[in-house]
Design a protein around this ligand. Structure first.
Ligand code: NAD
Length: 499
C-alpha cells in the first residue's frame, strides 16, 4: 500500500512515529494509502531546520521571492490535471470542482506576486526638525498553517503563499484525510525555486497540532476547520503568545424575496447547496423563502432540479454533479442528522439516505436531501451538516428572515435573492455576517479581497488572503531617525584667499 510521509528540507521523508491514518478512496470505500502521523519530536525537528533556513529567505529581496511565486503559478497550470486527479481520488469531489479548488488557490499565489508592492512601508519626510519617520513590514520568522480536508489545494495555498512571499518559513499541517496534494504543492514550490527547508509539510493529527501550539519558535498559526477545533487552537495559541487566526464552521442562509427571479434562485440553490456534496464552508445549507407563496413556488422549482442531479465518482468526469462524502464516518453523521430532522418534525421532501450507486455500493455517497418547514430549534438547523442537505425555514417577513440569519451562531456567508435594490442594500448593510451575496449564492471574495466569517465562523483580527494576509504574516517596525549634521557645517568649498 502507498505510504505518504512528510516533506522536510526539500524531500519526501517517511514518518518515524509508527502511527498512521488511513486515506480512503471515498467513491469506492477502499483504503488507498496510509499517511504518517508526526510525533512531537518530528514536528520540532522540522521547525528547527525551517528556522535555520528562514533568515536567508527573508534576506532574499521581495521581487525575487515574488518570482518564485510567478514560476509556481506556471507549474500549477502545467500540472492542473494531475493535481485535480490526485485531489478527487482522495477527497471525492468531481474533477471540474477539484480544478476549481486548485484555481482558487492559484489566484492567491498570483496576488502574492505583488509582494514587493504589498510589503512597502510608509515614510514621512521631516516629521520633526531633521527627523524622518518610516515603517517597515518584516516577516515573523517561522509560522504554521493547519488546514481542513475540504479544500486540500486552495486553503494550503491561501496560507503558504502570503506567508512565504512575506519572507517567513512555513510549516503546513494539512488534513490527514487528503494529504497527497499538499505534498505535490511542496514539490512544485521547490521546482519553482523555493529554497529547501523554507516550506515543511508535516502530516499528522492532534499530536502534531499540539506540538505546533507548544513550539516556542512558531510565531503565528493560521487554522481553517471546524469551530470547536478553531476555538481550541485560538485559545491555546493565544495563551502561548502566538499570533493566531482561526476560521471555523458555517450555516449559510440564502433569503429568497417574493420578487426574486425564482428560476435563478432555484438554480443557485441547487448548485450552492449540493455542489461538492455540501462539503464547503460557503455552501448554502438554509433556504429562507419570505412568504408562504414564495416558499411554495420555490419548493416546486427545486424538486425537479434536485431530481436531475447526478451523483457519482469523479472518474465520470463532467458527467457528474457531486461525489461521495469524505469518509464513512462523515456519511453516518449526515444520515444521523437527516433522521433527527425527521424525528424533530421537519418535512422531508427528498430523502437521500438510501442512495446506492451500482458498482460503488461501498462508496460514501448520500443522495440529495431537501427539508421544508424546519424550525430554528431543530438540530438540522442548528448544526453544520456538511452534506448534501438543504433545509428550508419559511419566514413571514423580510425582518424575520434577516433576524434568522443574524441570530444563528455562525456568520460565514449569506445571500439574498431579490430584484429590489433597496432590500438588497439594507440586507448587506445590516447583516452580521462576513461575506454577503446579492443574487450570488456563494460570495467567495476574489484573491485581492479578504475572506473571513464573523461570529463563530472566525476568530482573530485579520482575514485570509488579500491585503490582510500580508498584515498577518508580517510585523511592523517604525523607525524615527535624526542624523546629526555632518561635514557640511564646517566644510570648505572654495579656495581661500591667501592670508
Ligand atoms: P476539522 O476541524 O476536523 O480539521 C481541521 C484540521 O484540524 C485538520 O488539519 C485536523 O487534522 C485538525 N484537527 C482535527 N481534530 C483536531 C483536534 N482534536 N485537535 C487538534 N487538531 C485537530 O475540520 P475538517 O473536517 O477537516 O473540515 C471541515 C470544517 O472546516 C467545516 O466545519 C468547514 O465549515 C470548515 N471550513 C471552514 C472554512 C472557513 O474559511 N471558515 C473553510 C473551509 C472549511
Amino acid at each position: 500500500m502507498q505510504e505518504l510521509g512528510h516533506w522536510i528540507d526539500g524531500r519526501r521523508v517517511a514518518g518515524r512515529s509508527g502511527r498512521f491514518a488511513e486515506v480512503w478512496n471515498p467513491a469506492t470505500g477502499e483504503v488507498q494509502a496510509r499517511v504518517a502521523l508526526a510525533a512531537k519530536d518530528e514536528l520540532d525537528a522540522a521547525v528547527a531546520s525551517a528556522a535555520a533556513a528562514q533568515p536567508k529567505w527573508a534576506a532574499t529581496n521581495p521581487q525575487r521571492r515574488a518570482r518564485v511565486m510567478m514560476e509556481f503559478v506556471r507549474l500549477l497550470n502545467r500540472d492542473m490535471d494531475k493535481l485535480a486527479e490526485a485531489l478527487s481520488r482522495e477527497h471525492g469531489k468531481t474533477l471540474p470542482d477539484a480544478k476549481g479548488d486548485v484555481q482558487r488557490g492559484l489566484e492567491v499565489i498570483e496576488f502574492c506576486i505583488g509582494a514587493p508592492h504589498l510589503l512597502k512601508g510608509e515614510f514621512t519626510d521631516a516629521a520633526g526638525p531633521g527627523i524622518d519617520m518610516y515603517s517597515m513590514r518584516q516577516p515573523l520568522g517561522v509560522v504554521a498553517g493547519i488546514t481542513p480536508f475540504n479544500f486540500p489545494a486552495m486553503i494550503p495555498m491561501w496560507k503558504m503563499g502570503p506567508a512565504l512571499a512575506c519572507g517567513n518559513a512555513f510549516i503546513l499541517k494539512p488534513s490527514e484525510r487528503d494529504p497527497s496534494v499538499p505534498l505535490m504543492l511542496a514539490e512544485l514550490l521547490q521546482e519553482a525555486g523555493l529554497p529547501d527547508g523554507v516550506l515543511q509539510v508535516v502530516n499528522g493529527d492532534k499530536e502534531a497540532v499540539d506540538a505546533i501550539l507548544d513550539n516556542r519558535t512558531i510565531a503565528a498559526v493560521g487554522f481553517v476547520g471546524s469551530t470547536p477545533i478553531a476555538e481550541y487552537i485560538y485559545a491555546r495559541g493565544c495563551a502561548a503568545g502566538k499570533r493566531v487566526q482561526c476560521f471555523g464552521g458555517a450555516k449559510n442562509h440564502m433569503i429568497i424575496m417574493p420578487d426574486a427571479d425564482m428560476d435563478q434562485a432555484a438554480d443557485a440553490l441547487v448548485g450552492a447547496g449540493y455542489g461538492a456534496a455540501g462539503e464547503r464552508c460557503m455552501a448554502i445549507s438554509v433556504a429562507v423563502p419570505v412568504g408562504e407563496a414564495t416558499a411554495d413556488r420555490l419548493i416546486e422549482k427545486l424538486v425537479p432540479r434536485i431530481e436531475k442531479l447526478k451523483v457519482g465518482p469523479y472518474t465520470a468526469g463532467t458527467d457528474v454533479d457531486y461525489g461521495p462524502l469524505v469518509t464513512a464516518a462523515a456519511r453516518e453523521r449526515v444520515i444521523g442528522l437527516i433522521t433527527s430532522g425527521v424525528e424533530q418534525g421537519a418535512e422531508l421532501v427528498m430523502d437521500g439516505r438510501n442512495f446506492r450507486l451500482q458498482g460503488y455500493e461501498n462508496g460514501f455517497f448520500v443522495g440529495p436531501t431537501l427539508f421544508d418547514r424546519a424550525t430554528p430549534e431543530m438540530e438540522i438547523y442548528r448544526q453544520e451538516i456538511f452534506g448534501p442537505v438543504l433545509t428550508t425555514v419559511r419566514a413571514k417577513t423580510y425582518e424575520e428572515a434577516l433576524r434568522l440569519a443574524m441570530d444563528h451562531e455562525y456568520g460565514n456567508g449569506t445571500a439574498i435573492f431579490t430584484r429590489d435594490g433597496d432590500t438588497a442594500r439594507d440586507f448587506a448593510h445590516r447583516v452580521n455576517i462576513g461575506m454577503v451575496g446579492i443574487n450570488v449564492p456563494i460570495p467567495v471574495p476574489l484573491a485581492y479581497y479578504t475572506f473571513g466569517g464573523w461570529k463563530k465562523s472566525g476568530f482573530g483580527d485579520l482575514n485570509q488572503h488579500g491585503p490582510d494576509a500580508f498584515r498577518f504574516y508580517t510585523r511592523t517596525k517604525t523607525v524615527t531617525a535624526r542624523w546629526p549634521s555632518g561635514l557640511k557645517e564646517g566644510g570648505e568649498f572654495h579656495f581661500r584667499a591667501m592670508e
